[in-house]
Design a protein around this ligand. Structure first.
Ligand code: AMP
Length: 466
């Protein structure tokens, strides 16, 4: 087996690796470090969790250890799709270069231009940036890319998803033709293939096995779920999520809960909080300081549930996440691999559970095809709930079960409705109960039934009041 000492890395880098506690290089490191140190271009096909960040930071630090940076002309450039990933790469540089004197700057949105300009003015060895922010600096005339000797593109497939490819092409064209390029992507979409053919020169292709991420130490499961009614599906799904979490008990020390849409990230986080779970959302629309704070809390363990979108959680490095819950089936099969790769890291056991509604079955099938195995079906825990004994002899069973939670603690009202302004109290002259109560007549459905969405009741009242 390859050892770090076989790789020709700088002695001070080796010391930092030892202090980080790594015993041996991961396959992507063993494959990418030697050609990178020879000055060759590398095309790494690897997901997060494989140790890919160190596979480019370690040779870069070794190569940059000699030489000095000039003002405004960074010697190397790392492009990342998200601020979080960029910040994480920067942390990696700090860890591995701690015994060397290298300077770095992080150019990401949400951080003031002034501070970043001052760093660049002094000259940096490593510039880590998101593409948009880098180009902003460039256009302000504060930065020259003609001194870039090594350029890294990290998570190129995510750049493609986020529409950054034109920016990447532009940045490539601003750097010297003679630069060395280290290019990483989890998948090789045709567009990515095209970019690598255009901008990489005879790269060493290093691919790590796909099954490395849906690794055997991650227990997977899926609940095939259909709401009792379409308009209840969202709230029932949130209830199901709580059941799944509760079912794991203390084994679930912390978890990332993935939703496909930012709006659902907020709704699910709010709903969990309402039910007493220690949860916070993270997605691209939250401001940078809030995102960093939430991530820090999750890393430290003071936050138990991180509700996230794919982009925000991409590359998120929290070494011990016990569970991943996919509140939604991701629409790109590869995202499933990324999502569940947040757990079961560094050889630990992990568990990944997913909720699949009928309209997501096509995407779910694509996931099973990609991971080349059947994801075990989990019995819907809501079905196992004991219904309450009937209170009224003639009331339909189903109605009774539905009424039960409503008369008890927090009504499972969709959170989006909670955000609506509080309805004005009904005028005294109108003694009719409003909304759902209006129809609570011995379990019989009257008119729209007891499913009248509360926003309809709200607009009636407002019109009446005006
Ligand atoms: P990455 O794929 O770069 O996101 O890395 C995933 C995790 O693996 C990070 O927490 C790294 O600190 C860790 N890691 C990287 N290289 C090694 C190694 N050779 N041995 C053990 N852990 C590692």
């Amino acid at each position: 087996m390859t050892k770090f000492t076989d790789l020709n890395l700088n002695a001070k880098v080796l010391k930092a690796i030892e202090e980080a506690g790594y015993e041996s290089p991961t396959p992507i490191q063993a494959g990418a470090i030697p050609p990178a140190l020879e000055g060759r271009d590398v095309l790494g096909i690897a997901q997060t969790g494989t140790g890919k960040t160190a596979s480019f930071t370690l040779p870069m630090i070794t190569m940059l250890a000699r030489g000095r940076a000039r003002a405004r002309m960074p010697r190397s450039l790392v492009l990342c799709p998200t601020r979080e990933l960029a910040a994480q790469v920067a942390e990696n540089f700090d860890t591995y270069s701690k015994h060397l004197k290298l300077t770095k700057a992080l150019l990401i949105g949400g951080v003031s231009f002034k501070e970043q300009d001052a760093l660049i003015d002094r000259g940096v060895d490593v510039l880590i940036a998101t593409p948009g922010r880098l180009l902003d600096h460039f256009e302000r005339g504060k930065l020259l890319l003609t001194g870039v000797q090594i350029m890294v593109v990290d998570e190129a497939d995510r750049m493609l998803d986020m529409g950054f490819i034109p920016d990447i092409e532009r940045i490539f064209s601003l750097t010297p033709f003679t630069r060395q390029t280290l290019f990483f992507s989890a998948t090789m979409a045709p567009e990515i293939e095209r970019i690598t053919n255009t901008f990489l020169s005879a790269p060493e292709r290093v691919e790590v096995a796909r099954q490395a991420t849906t690794s055997e130490n991650i227990e997977q499961g899926v609940v095939m779920f259909k709401g009792s009614r379409r308009d209840r599906e969202a709230s029932e799904k949130r209830k199901l999520l709580r059941k799944l979490i509760d079912g794991e008990g203390e084994k679930c020390t912390n978890a990332i809960i993935f939703c496909n849409r930012k709006m659902d990230v907020d709704i699910v986080a709010k709903s969990l909080k309402k039910y007493g779970y220690n949860a916070s959302p993270i997605h691209g629309d939250l401001d940078q300081s809030q995102r960093m704070k939430t991530l820090d809390e999750f890393r430290e363990g003071s936050l138990r549930f991180l509700v996230a979108s794919d982009v925000a959680a991409r590359g998120l490095d929290v070494p011990s996440v016990s569970h991943v819950f996919n509140f939604d089936v991701p629409s790109h099969a590869e995202d499933y691999v990324h999502r569940i790769g947040r757990t079961g890291r560094a050889g630990r056991d992990g568990k990944a559970m997913m909720i699949c509604v009928p309209r997501d079955e096509k995407n779910f099938n694509a996931i099973e095809t990609l991971v080349q195995k059947e994801i075990p079906r989990i019995e819907n825990p809501l079905k196992l709930e004991k219904p309450e004994p009937p209170k009224e002899a003639d009331a339909p069973k189903e109605k009774q079960a539905e009424r039960k939670p409503r008369s008890r603690k927090p009504a499972e009202k969709p959170v989006e409705q909670q955000a609506a302004p509080t309805p004005k109290p009904a005028p005294k002259s109108n003694p009719k109960p409003r909304g759902r109560d209006r129809h609570d007549r011995g379990g019989r459905v009257v008119g729209m039934g007891d499913h009248l969405p509360s926003f309809i009741a709200l607009s009636f009242d407002e019109r009446r009041a005006s």
